[in-house]
Design a protein. Sequence first.
Length: 345
Amino acid sequence: MNHLFTRRITLVRRGVVVTVMIVVAFLLFASLERPNSAASAPEAAAPAPAPHAASIAAKPHLVFRHTGNDKSYSALSIASLEAGGGGERAAAGLTCERVSFSSGHGICLQADRGVLTTYKAVLFDSRFTTGRTIKLDGAPSRTRISADGRVGAITVFMGKDLGYASSTFSTRTMLVDMASGEVLTDLEHFATWRNGARFEQADFNFWGVTFAADSNVFYASLRTKAVTYLVRGDLGLRKLTVLHENVECPSLSPDNRLIAYKKKVGPKPDAWRLYILDLATMKERPIAAETRFIDDQAEWLDNSQVLYAVPRPGTPTSDAWVAPIDGPGPARVFLTEAESPIVVR
């Protein structure tokens, strides 16, 4: 009897030990799931903007994602445009995977990583005060806001393929009312036209929105049957028109004349070069100053120069480079430890 009682106690103790070990293993697994960004806490846990951030924001500046391999990795940051981007910089109190800002309105795409990873878009104002939050159905990819700050665009990857180099990636692109935070529409709900006829396929994917001076007009990439197109969008009419082939991640120049984009130039999945398309003539030319493969949606520094991110090989760090659209260059680093740059004047 006593022997049986003792055995039961031993089994219970072993069960407790096993349970504890399972809990410890679970917590350890959760802590080891390292996110792409070092900070995985929601925006409420982000540090407050540095006291001098307001003084930087009062002048022409860049809004960007900090990529230094330090405790501020992934922080939404700002830097002065003075001294060629090498001026003062400061964290702005949020962590972001992608960022955009225009006319007092900002979008910060976030990943809240843990056992289950969730995604959201956080809207913020010129003081970096957060407002409406939009739940996202996939991993952040691209975001842009119209020059007047009225309309924002958000692209996410759906499913497991999280890159444009994949042949099977799937995207969703939404347009958002920046004043209310309401989702206006999904580009898949637009009617697409090519050569005067309706163009419809089951595998349409849209991404890389860039807005014209009139926020009703925008450009984006469309991919179907392994071919990528530039489309011009009319928000009011819910209409897309195919303009050109082999255009990815377009970016419209401040004077609305040129599109900077990445073009597939070889059989490798990542064989993209930066190109310029003249919208009046539909003639294209490579940006001679940058001969590397670039996977980014460029940002215009002005009407003659573009900014884009270049990863440092083997590290999580990227730098923002600048290249003239005409002439041999040289391309150069504009801002170290930075990506997703947005020019604010």
